[in-house]
Design a protein around this ligand. Structure first.
Ligand code: PLP
Length: 386
């Protein structure tokens, strides 16, 4: 059996080495390292793939979130609602801009921001909601857009983990994750579903004025050279990373399918086990999709019931199976984001999830033998320890 990895970037690269290498070689040849033609080509191809009017490349996914919020002119003291159970980048950027983060609980099935919790958290100061499409599956965007419309607030999708995923509306219409809210951010961190070979990110919007504003912000607030109209940042996707991404973009759907196939094989193996709760593939598809393309499995995350999760992590690692706990600590309990406003009873789901979740190896190069070994190792452990 091949060595099991959490992500297999080398295996994936080997299969497309020729196109990636020649795409990078073009940049080395034309030396347009910053804002070169490759960046523009990738941007156009990404806009076409997502069916979004504007994609604005930037340096990473965290910058993308920050720039999106700057573009919306959010002001210190404005409240921004986001999920308690996610990576810290979202709340970090809110705090950095001196906005007021309002963390809320998540849905136990989808792991995504809970709709009733959002409703409860809205105040006259609420200016935006940031749903994070966690682990590769969209939050309930239809409900979120309705709340936003009713209260006249913005929706910023953190799409770092769900690029290429579809969202299915209750009328059956589909849209790509990251094209539904007023603006969205994504990350091209190497292990993301569309990853480059360094740092990268992008902002998406269908709003022409906002896109124009954001194009200035990413480039020192310049709309005309050496005229600084707004306070900006320096946040660029470099041409070599764009070359990698442009070579990989045509494979994104196949990559996501490979992840779905691995997830399905995991699900089938764990299906009947009462202490192993498999991820729901279509909890936000309004009951329309049976087996669908709405979850692109950035992570494959189980809930382990009545078993010592940390002992399972240790056992897997000892058996050559890497795994992760995403995420071990709720954001509202992190030192940097603690706040006396928060009440523990408002975070019952997150507080439980941090004890139960485990993410198994998930990438485009997993084979059946590896998955069989992983599933039988997990099942044997849970059987003998619960
Ligand atoms: C990866 C990630 C980010 C940050 O992306 P970087 O490119 O590492 O800055 C933000 N939000 C979520 C949900 C992520 O998974």
């Amino acid at each position: 059996m091949r060595k099991i990895q959490m992500v297999d970037l080398k295996g994936q690269y080997t299969k497309i080495k020729d196109v990636v290498d020649s795409s990078i070689a073009e940049v080395l040849d034309n030396t347009a390292y910053i804002n070169g033609p490759k960046v523009h080509e990738f941007q156009k191809n990404l806009e076409a793939y997502l069916n979004v009017k504007h994609a604005i490349p930037c340096a990473n996914g965290t910058d993308a979130l920050q720039i999106a919020m700057m573009g919306l002119d959010l002001k210190p003291g404005d409240e921004v609602i986001t999920a308690d159970f996610t990576f810290a980048a979202t709340v970090e950027v809110i705090a950095l801009l001196q906005l007021t983060p309002v963390l809320v609980d998540v849905d136990p099935k989808s792991f995504n921001i809970d709709i009733d919790a959002i409703k409860k958290a809205i105040t006259p100061k609420t200016k935006a909601i940031v749903p994070v499409h966690l682990f590769g599956q969209c939050a309930n965007m239809e409900a979120i857009m309705e709340i936003a419309k009713e209260h006249n607030i913005y929706v910023i999708e953190d799409n770092a983990q769900a690029i290429g995923a579809n969202y299915t509306y209750s009328n059956g219409k589909k849209a790509k994750a990251g094209t539904i809210g007023h603006v969205a951010s994504t990350s091209f961190f190497p292990s993301k579903n569309l990853g480059c070979y360094g740092d990268g990110g992008a902002i998406f919007t269908n709003d022409d004025d906002l896109a124009h504003k954001i194009r200035g912000i990413v480039n020192h607030g310049m709309y005309e050279r050496y005229h600084h109209d707004v306070v900006g940042v320096n946040s660029r996707l470099d041409s070599i990373q764009a070359a990698v991404l442009d070579a990989k973009l045509p494979h994104l759907d196949a990559y996501n399918k490979a992840r779905q196939k691995a997830a399905k094989k995991y699900n089938d193996a764990f299906k009947v086990h009462k202490n192993i709760i498999t991820p729901s593939m279509n909890s936000n598809c309004n009951g329309i999709c049976e087996s669908c393309d709405c979850h692109v499995f950035h992570q494959y995350t189980l809930k382990i019931k009545d078993t010592n999760r940390d002992a399972l992590v240790k056992h897997l690692n000892e058996n050559g199976i890497p795994c992760g706990v995403y995420y071990p600590i709720p954001l509202h309990l992190q030192k940097a984001y603690k706040d006396s406003r928060y009440k523990e009873e408002d975070f019952t789901v997150t507080n439980q999830l941090v004890k139960e979740v485990i993410s198994l190896p998930m990438h485009t190069e997993l084979d059946d033998e590896q998955i069989d070994f992983i599933t039988s190792t997990v099942i044997n452990f849970v059987n003998s320890h619960s």
